[in-house]
Design a protein around this ligand. Structure first.
Ligand code: NAI
Length: 265
């Protein structure tokens, strides 16, 4: 396998205990990073992913170069711990993947304002706090940021206004940060996935046959005729974070089988 990362790169990945974040961590390990800081609320998930990263790194990574920070990303202390521990144990920050996020349902008319606050805190504010702390380090390495947004940031879905708004703002944040950091050689991009088969789907309350039907029904929402996989997204994140994408910044890359092009008729 040709390596994407050969200059001692160190990456931080939030929400690395499950789904897209977990898959991205393993891909980074396979593609040659020299250090990983994996963070999540879910400590058990993190430990499993950490083990997999070490196994898949062809001997490049070990217990000392894959560190974990268990904590709630909405707490500023967790963001500070991620940066401090990465600095202390791995000495540099080249790549920041802002992936942790939540999904949920609620009609505009009936959703408590606490739901709005929760989405904004998790999907947006935490990104702003953590990124701000990482910027001085990213400047030194001429590093890169990839934000995990969503097709819901550019297309509206009934019952999903808080999620859609949080991801729309994340896309705009990506663009603003890209132009602010471009003079320093720091690139900032986002991925906007369509429906990806991850444990997040279970959080819609769908299980068994219902889950299967949801995925089957969703195939037709994606012109390529299928829903996405974790690897579809992880591979694009690795590419955007690597020097192979050296002339890409401010991109809101769709990983959605063409879903963003559809218009109901
Ligand atoms: P997931 O639920 O499998 O993983 C999300 C991870 O984030 C979990 O491990 C969870 O513990 C962590 N997390 C959530 N809130 C946290 C908090 N406050 N502090 C620390 N960690 C927290 O979901 P998935 O699908 O892997 O989602 C990852 C990202 O991809 C999210 O930002 C999501 O919005 C985005 N996305 C997912 C799509 C999908 O269809 N699965 C589609 C488009 C975007």
């Amino acid at each position: 396998m040709e390596l994407y990362f050969t200059n001692g790169e160190v990456a931080i990945i939030t929400g690395a205990g499950s789904g897209i974040g977990a898959g991205t961590a393993v891909r980074f390990a396979q593609f040659g990073v020299s250090g990983l800081c994996l963070s999540d609320l879910n400590g058990a998930g993190l430990q499993e992913v950490r083990k997999k990263c070490i196994e898949q790194s062809a001997g490049r990574l070990d217990e000392s170069t894959v560190i974990t920070v268990i904590g709630d990303i909405t707490e500023e202390e967790t963001c500070a711990a991620i940066v401090d521990q990465t600095k202390k144990s791995l000495d540099r920050i080249d790549i920041l993947i802002n992936n942790a996020g939540i999904v949920g349902v609620g009609l505009v008319e009936h959703s408590p304002i606490s739901q709005f606050d929760c989405f904004m805190k998790t999907n947006l504010r935490s990104v702003v706090v953590l990124t701000q702390l990482c910027i001085p380090y990213l400047r030194r390495t001429k590093g890169s940021v990839v934000n995990v947004s969503s097709i819901a940031g550019v297309r509206s879905f009934p019952g999903r206004s808080n999620y859609c708004m949080s991801k729309a703002a994340l896309n705009m944040y990506t663009n603003c940060l890209a132009v602010e950091l471009a003079p320093d050689g720091v690139r900032v991009n986002a991925v906007n996935p369509g429906l990806i088969d991850t444990p997040m789907i279970d959080k819609h309350g769908l299980v068994g046959e219902q889950r299967k039907k949801f995925l089957e029904d969703n195939k037709k929402c994606h012109p390529l005729g299928r829903v996405g996989t974790v690897d579809d997204v992880a591979d694009s994140i690795c590419f955007l974070a690597s020097s192979r994408a050296s002339f890409m910044t401010g991109n809101l890359t769709f990983i959605d089988g063409g879903r963003n092009c559809l218009c109901p008729r």
